[in-house]
Write a protein that binds this ligand. Sequence first.
Ligand code: NAD
Length: 364
Amino acid sequence: MHKITLIPGDGTGPEISEAAKRVIEATGVPITWDIQEAGQDIFEKEGTPLPQRVIDSIKKNKVALKGPVTTPVGKGFRSVNVALRQNLDLFCCLRPCKTFKGTRTRYEDIDLVIIRENTEDLYAGIEFNKGSEDAGKLISLIKELSGKVIRPDSGISIKPISVFATERIVKFAFEFSRRNKRKKVTAVHKANIMKYSDGLFLETAREVAKGYPDIEFEDKIIDNLCMQLVQKPELYDVIVLPNLYGDIVSDLAAGLIGGLGLAPGANLGDEFAVFEAVHGSAPKYKGLNKVNPLAMILSGIMMLRHLGEPRAAERLDTAVTSLIAEGKHVTYDMKPRPDDPTAATTSMVADAIIEKLNYSPNGN
Ligand code: NAD
């Protein structure tokens, strides 16, 4: 019996979480769910969007499946997602992007893996508010140390990149490539401009790469990578990036395979693992039973593999692949037009997958 923390999330999170839970249960893998609410509604009830009980539950169970959680823009509480990653030291965000046959996309046969460093860079959460005493002190100190003048009406976010975290994420990228028989790792940076942060990322990645002569290594500047991913995505295989670029490139790669509705992810550390879709809480669709649950279901497949349940993962993968190829029981975002009246609801997608699993109980 596996014990898993399930965080339904907010916005459309609870709807897709319920769909994912149902299809995972239908594989027959014995799971007890420890359901832990977090996010916007919990902030209103408990005064924090991420109560300690949620973290304690993941620490106890080691594995979580998480729905998306809203982060207010520019004000209010800080991101629950960032806090979870930092609290549990989930240093790696693994986001595979693979084309499913039958998806309407501009590209065919995309098969990329994005590996994003999750704990530092501009997302470290070290920020100084415009006009604050601390921002003023920092501005003076920087002038004293570097001679550089920062305008007094500036807000400041700090970008730390360490050898430790870079070594750890680049090693993960190479180990992942070895285990999964991938051929090339591309490290991405803007070292030409940010010599001491991205420059260190590049230098460290080059050092780590020397330990993996069986896997090709290259580096690319982030802007060039974005253009090339759109023009020639087939040139890339496993891509490893600092936090901010990794976040943006994950969405770009999701676009290559037909959108956020199909992009799964895992946040991994040495001890804990949290599986979640790349997309957010899409709050405007909350309660409409409308959005696509497949990204969360695909994250659930990654979780089943992590739990050592490859057979169940394979069966669920086959059911999802066949559902997408048929194109009938899919949500609005996968139809030729978003107002297509034949679009399936969130729960209908889960029902159709469960029917496929029941029809093929032995995976045949
Ligand atoms: P979003 O991913 O929630 O939505 C962007 C658009 O993508 C939606 O309007 C919708 O058209 C489409 N979309 C997203 N998920 C979909 C799905 N499952 N099926 C069909 N269409 C889908 O991004 P956003 O609007 O920038 O963010 C909304 C909130 O989610 C914000 O508060 C943000 O901070 C948060 N967020 C959370 C996570 C997370 O919990 N891991 C990740 C990203 C964003």
